[in-house]
Write a protein that binds this ligand. Sequence first.
Ligand code: NAD
Length: 519
Amino acid sequence: MNIPDSLPDGVPATIPDPIPHHIGGEPAASADGATFDVLAPATNEVYTRAAAGGKADVDAAVAAARRAFADGPWPRMRDRERARVLGRIADAVESVDEELAAMESFDTGLPITQAKGQARRAAENFRFFADLVVARSDDAYKVPGLQLNYVNRKPVGVAGLITPWNTPFMLESWKLAPALAAGCTVVLKPAEFTPLSASLWARVFAAAGLPDGVFNLVNGIGEVAGEALVTHPGVDLVSFTGETGTGRRIFANAADGLKGLSMELGGKSPALVFADADLDAALDSTLFGVFSLNGERCTASSRILVERSVYDAFVSRYAERAAAVKVGPPDDPATEVGALVHPEHFRRVMDYVDSGRSEAELVAGGGRPEHLPDGNYLSPTVFAGVPPTARIFQEEIFGPVVAITPFDTEDEAVGLANDVPYGLAGYVWTNDLRRAHRVADRIEAGMVWINSHNVRDLRSPFGGVKASGLGQEGGHRSLDFYTEQQAVHVALGEVPTARFGAGGYDDRDPFFSGARSLR
Ligand code: NAD
């Protein structure tokens, strides 16, 4: 192991070795003592290790979560009380803002400026769900004189939360906040490439007064710790964000237990730029859309479809701007693109760049910047004239690589947009109001932005269609996922009932009269 001599500003000098699990309110080593190496993407040095969870550790974490669910106060608290704790969690996240951002940037390779935004968003997720859980209402129906029906909402139970390495802390908050707001207890399995920032949760939750055992964390390799969590009979539902291939495997593994599943998967999202658009705004937005967060962004506008009449000008301006993007160390506030998360991922991205060279025209980037000989650095890479059959058009790259393709007609643009297995996001750039809505409607994507990059109201649905996901999260949909909606039907008067064994059928019984509804 090789802990660097000097850590970037803000990264605590005392990084634990190994980073422990957190089970039943206590840090814990793996039952068998196993660990795995954790690398800093700017240098690829192993800077610490993390406990590698196995079945025994998952068993212990699920048992702690089950105890907290069965006997603890959390699921029984009034929504307002839970909301107060969530509010304190948001405050606690904000109080570690600088430290969190520094850790996140160091561990993931994200530019420090963009890592700072993640802390604020994580805090906002807790505030949002604190408000929502108090403000939510449920249905109640009355059939006068006959029946009252109401929805009795209950937390589902123990939630398994499995998260990826791009913006890890923020994506963890995205699942933790609604799961906890709903009254579930949880076991989080963070991504193995980036376990550092998740170690802050235990401190944040303790400071906020979350009862022990409500939050549990098991570090580890996906195929081991992740699979043990998905297949554990004590886990009632699984919320997963990650690759589509992993999602398929989890889907299969969860089938036996008939677990509730929410899947936020990969994407290959198109930005459609029509000639009548505000092209300056489209240029800024599509550059930001694919190069922010190092291009490791599920909703990246990684395919740009441009109307032929403005195509050449757009491509040359795009390539010029991409070549000017500042690639640098993650801790430098001037850096716009940092280091990709891990050498394994870097090799995968470089493999796509190599295949792109034979599939299309490389107009910017394509390799490591000269001034950065070590670490996982790739210059923003732009391919033009990309045919829809190309791998770089079809497959998610998850790095600073973009494919630009011309189109002649609206129909062709829509056809190209939909000609991939994914359906996460879409972006439409046009000043023609009717076309904007028409095209948005025809794009096969869970989310569409018109004349905008990816900003959203937290109340709106988030999720993908096709190979990009299953189910929608966001706002009350997230609370729906983590809660059961039990329907309770109360008779308000006499209910005519067939008297089996004592005289047979009663014509007035709604069951036999065919009127299954009382109304
Ligand atoms: P990944 O699928 O490799 O890993 C995600 C998580 O799943 C990790 O914690 C991993 O350990 C775990 N895992 C791996 N195999 C498992 C298994 N067999 N059983 C249970 N858990 C397992 O994804 P990644 O490389 O960490 O993240 C990048 C991917 O995430 C991209 O495809 C990206 O588009 C996607 N993503 C999607 C969204 C969204 O909201 N749709 C958001 C962010 C990232």
